[in-house]
Design a protein around this ligand. Structure first.
Ligand SMILES: [Zn+2]
Length: 180
């Protein structure tokens, strides 16, 4: 349901399109994005290294929403259903740029920073490839391992925001264990 059987070549093609979309969105928003506030950095210190926190831009959109990729109709033709609607998401991370439709809570910011760490370790192309593969294997957005991990680590943070752990180590472990 919602997950077509694609050839290896088709998966590579879709992954390349997603990767291009992420690059383009990052480049569109990066110039408008202020850095994290000192308060946000203080809350996230101990979970993320300073160079990650210093390199992130975040923006809350006012009056417009992130557009779905122009290739969505093509994916629908290939048999993709229940594609995530970007305009309905609380926030989306494009590499080191976090774009939000709602006010940032600590929990939301943490989730998105896990994605920043994943991008840092994997690179945009590999992130896109794993995201597409995860969607196809799991049958939808909720089962994408990159998301499952970000939600899991986010829940751990929200349960005890002072119990420090390094997200980078957790991400590295999942990469080494091929869990993405
Ligand atoms: Zn996410």
């Amino acid at each position: 349901m919602g997950t077509p059987q694609l050839t290896v070549q088709q998966i590579a093609q879709v992954s390349a399109l997603v990767s291009e979309y992420i690059f383009a969105q990052r480049n569109e928003y990066v110039r408008q994005c202020p850095p994290l506030t000192p308060e946000q950095k203080a809350t996230m210190e101990g979970f993320f290294p300073p160079n990650l926190l210093d390199g992130v831009g975040i923006i809350r959109l006012d009056g417009h929403r992130v557009a779905n990729p122009s290739f969505y109709p093509m994916l629908a033709e290939m048999g993709f259903a229940n594609l995530p609607d970007f305009g309905e998401m609380a926030a989306i991370t494009f590499s080191n740029v976090v774009v939000s439709h709602v006010p940032f809570t600590d929990g939301l910011l943490f989730h998105e920073l896990v994605h920043v760490e994943q991008y840092r370790r994997l690179g945009i192309s590999r992130f896109a490839e794993l995201y597409v593969q995860g969607f196809l294997t799991g049958g939808g957005y909720d089962a994408i391992p990159l998301e499952v991990h970000a939600y899991g680590l986010g829940a751990r943070f929200e349960a005890s925001p002072r119990q420090l752990f390094l997200v980078g180590d957790e991400v590295l472990a999942w990469i080494e264990e091929s869990q993405y």
